[in-house]
Design a binder for this molecule. Structure first.
Ligand code: PGA
Length: 258
């Protein structure tokens, strides 16, 4: 983290977990144990049907609610889809885009790019995900692969909007497996992502953008991961489903930094 130049963001990704009733219960528990400090931005990205309950429960708090996906079109014949305008109207501040689980369902870099542009246009903060598979890591092409995902995902994002994008590096082999990237491995890729942003935009923008790590981040390993200079927060799946664990990760983001 480097709080001098950029925001620290701790974001939960609930995936397909919890009902609206369970959401209300979780949020009420979270409110009672939320740390008082204002060091980092806290987001919870929840299933679409849970958004109203989450927004209602967290109205007077500093926790921003987000969605886990969106459609790039403003409206129309897209059965089952949800537009960025609908998310904003429902009270969302964030949207996860291009999670590897969605890419595995067929989402392409072009889809990710269209969604990032739509989210920015609507005033949402996109949390754009990237990450390599184990085969790609073992083949030594992690940097090239990630650079390509970043370049394609950010295509057409203007100089004045780039700082609103949050990037999440999530090695696929670390998601939901309990196998976390070492702080050094995660730092190396996040540093590379910042270098790609520097090349595409400027040093100032690269320094200001928040890059998160995700993949089995939990209350035990968060402190060490967040101590890395280019890891500005976390995108947390499993550990964001338990209020006490999520709060401990927020507390890890309160550690001293340069
Ligand atoms: P995990 O999920 O923390 O359960 O590994 C992270 C994610 O997929 O965003």
């Amino acid at each position: 983290m480097n709080r001098k130049y950029r925001k620290t963001v701790i974001a939960g990704n609930w995936k397909m977990n919890k009902t609206p009733s369970e959401t209300k219960e979780f949020m009420n528990q979270l409110k009672t144990i939320m740390p008082k400090g204002r060091w980092c931005d806290v987001a919870l990205c929840v299933p679409a049907v849970c958004i109203p309950a989450a927004v209602r429960a967290m109205r007077d708090t500093r926790v921003g609610i987000g969605a886990e996906n969106c459609n790039a079109n403003a409206s129309g014949a897209y059965t089952g889809e949800i537009s960025t305008g609908m998310l904003v109207d429902a009270g969302c501040k964030y949207v996860i885009i291009g999670h590897s689980e969605r890419r595995a369902m067929g989402e392409t870099d072009a889809d990710v790019n269209a969604k990032v542009l739509a989210a920015l246009e609507a005033g949402l903060t996109p949390i754009m995900c990237c990450g390599e598979s184990l085969e790609q890591r073992e083949a030594g092409i992690t940097d090239e692969w990630i650079a390509m995902q970043i370049k394609l995902g950010l295509a057409g994002v203007s100089e004045d909007k780039i700082r609103k994008v949050v990037i999440a590096y999530e090695p696929i082999w670390a998601i939901g497996t309990g196998r976390t990237a070492t702080p050094e491995q995660a730092e190396e890729v996040c540093e590379n992502i910042r270098a790609v942003v520097r090349k595409l935009y400027s040093s100032k923008n690269a320094r200001a953008i928040s890059i998160l790590y995700g993949g089995s981040m939990n209350e035990k390993n968060a402190f060490e991961l967040l101590a890395q200079p280019d890891i500005d927060g976390g995108l947390i799946g499993g550990a964001s489903l338990v209020p006490e664990k999520f709060v401990q990760i927020i507390e890890a983001a309160n550690q001293p930094t340069v």
